[in-house]
Ligand binder design. Structure first.
Ligand code: ADP
Length: 266
């Protein structure tokens, strides 16, 4: 995208002399476009539960509250949609926070990886019970990494939660660790429903969710979990790869530099 400005324009006898400055504004334009898309997508996603809540509340007030079955059913829909709204608000907040995180606001310290992973797994106990999935923490106890433990905790939480939700009963989710010379890896693997090859890059786009007919029963979500993960991994100087096969499972491989310093490129 180019912006042009005429800085000099003069007629000399039968000729025109013109100086035009051309600016490459592609980057600014793309960022602005992305922000506009984000706001419009977010508004749409917020409207859907709000419309349901106000619609069902109105129907109740117009008389449906006198039918005990309808009262129960509509109240539980209102509760479900309200929870969706809270999750959406939390995720929107998280994504704007990770986006504005610069190097100064990262809190890098030595972090015991197995303990951090276990804390996040323990917080997911309700989902683990509900989906009847086993989560194994195979990170060796003595591993210490230099990172922002709050951001890495959120990364682990989102990936493990997805491994639990997009899985079958009695499925497995495994958290493991690997290292090479100057990098370390965190691997979150599941034997769940998997992601088709043509969807694998799209799942990192904001609000993108694999359509229900492909992933079986539609599991509720915001489509912001993986974009938050991708943004945080980038903030921590790392990169993320996804290997997945429909019906077999998914493997998210996160690679980070061993020694953290600003602007680390790996
Ligand atoms: P959400 O789970 O809230 O929809 P995410 O950004 O976390 O949002 O994930 C985007 C989509 O990617 C999900 O809707 C789901 O279709 C797919 N997905 C994410 N993780 C997995 C996984 N471990 N296995 C299968 N599909 C997944």
């Amino acid at each position: 995208v180019v912006e042009a400005t005429v800085v000099y324009n003069k007629q000399v006898h039968h000729r025109f002399e013109v100086i035009v400055l051309l600016y490459d504004i592609t980057e600014a334009w793309t960022v602005e476009q992305m922000q506009l898309n984000f706001v419009s997508n977010a508004s749409h996603e917020l409207r859907t539960p709000i419309t349901a809540i106000s619609g069902f509340a109105e129907t109740l007030m117009n008389g449906a509250k006198n039918d005990p079955d309808k009262l129960d059913e509509f109240l539980s829909i209102i509760q479900k949609e309200s929870r969706k709204l809270v999750r959406l608000a939390d995720d929107i907040l998280s994504i704007s926070r990770t986006q504005s995180d610069d190097e100064q606001s990262l809190q890098i310290s030595d972090c015991e990886l197995a303990a951090l992973g276990q804390e996040e797994i323990d917080l997911l106990h309700r989902g683990i019970q509900l989906h009847q999935v086993t989560v194994s923490n195979k990170i060796p106890k003595d591993v210490t990494v230099q990172t922002d433990s709050q951001q890495l905790g959120q990364i682990i939480k989102n990936l493990v939660a997805n491994g639990i939700r997009y899985n079958h009963p009695h499925g497995q989710v495994t958290l493991s660790y690997a290292e090479t010379n100057n990098r370390w890896q965190l691997i979150v693997e599941d034997d769940g429903i998997g992601i088709a090859a043509d969807e694998q890059h799209k799942v990192f786009e904001r609000f993108y969710r694999v359509s229900s007919n492909k992933s079986g029963e539609l599991i509720s979500g915001t489509g912001l979990g993986l974009p938050i993960v991708a943004e945080s991994v980038k903030n921590l100087g790392g990169e993320i790869r996804l290997n997945s096969e429909v019906g077999k499972g998914s493997k998210f491989i996160l690679t980070f530099p061993k020694t953290w310093h600003p602007n680390t490129e790996i």
